[in-house]
Ligand binder design. Sequence first.
Ligand SMILES: *Cc1c(COP(=O)(O)O)cnc(C)c1O
Length: 384
Amino acid sequence: MKMSSRVEKLPPYLFADLDKRIRSKREEGTDILHFGIGDPDLPTPDHIINACCKAAKDPENHRYPSYQGMLSFREAVSERYKRDRKVELDPEREIITLIGSKEGIHNVNFSLIDKGDVVLNPDPCYPVYYTGTIIAGGEPFPMPLKEKNSFLPNLESIPNDKVKKAKLMWINYPNNPTSSIAKKSFFKEAIDFAFDNGLAICSDEAYSKIVLDKTKITSLLEVKGGREVGIVFDSLSKTYNMTGWRIGYALGNEDLIQSLGKIKTNVDSGVSQIIQEAGITALTSSQDCIRENLRIYRSRLDVLVNGLNRLGFICNKPKATFYVWMKVPNNDSMKFANMLLDKGGIVCTPGIGFGEHGEGYVRFALTQPISKINDALKRLESIL
Ligand SMILES: *Cc1c(COP(=O)(O)O)cnc(C)c1O
């Protein structure tokens, strides 16, 4: 069977070999310490689960949901954003519910991209930015995130012919995988760039609440002009330990939100109202559960980074996200990750899997309890 060229253009899955090695290690009986996946190990808070159970019993929620999401969910998003950011959005026109932000991150390409249009994506990055572009028939163009530039893209270095063809630019702060953050001045620069060159900005803010110190995190829509040029993607996944529930949302520029809704109407049938009810509870009740999560991530972070530094590795404590982005010896991230697995049963993610400019680093996710982090550090010490 001959598959479409869009399927053939998708990059190979770089972790296939690593996954195979993990499986065979498990079969050998090795106790694998898994720091590879950005998926919170902590459970969804009880009050959110209870709201879901209650909603499941209401027959109203057994029917098709609306495409754009329940108005009450979108109102909850609007209220939350207003409280956090002092920006007021119209829940009817400027907010849409998504089946996890991944759905919208993929589909927004179909709103903006025709064949040959360019999409600027950070490199390293969450792979859905560029795979979505490829599937939509566009051309992804990577913007390197370099440590010497604090992992911010250098917008001036993007070639002119690419800028001319670009319809969309992705930004993602707090950043996965580098765990860097961006100041308001960067958002201003990106917005000016978008105005000057006639392109849209999608700001993926999935980690906006996973803030490990007192840093203030900027959101696109609170910066002047942000709302004219772009939208924000956010998600309940990381904030409330809800990755498996599949609920997220986008908010901002009305035209783009409406167009995303049009695509969505033709692709899926919306988020289950049972899940949206749980989401409303998450967004409108006390946010203490987030503070509790953060306390746990901070204590894990201290143990992991102090331990890695003591063993001679170079990594900093991130201000946000639950990732540690660490330089590896010899600049070969795949080799280093394989070595940790083979000799220590430790899984981390090789930076090359997030793009060419992720090479030279590995990512550890703080999604393991302290006891496992300590085990990993002991194993590392004995390997070295
Ligand atoms: C986890 C993550 C997402 C969100 O995923 P959903 O569960 O689909 O909401 C989006 N962007 C980045 C960078 C992520 O790491």
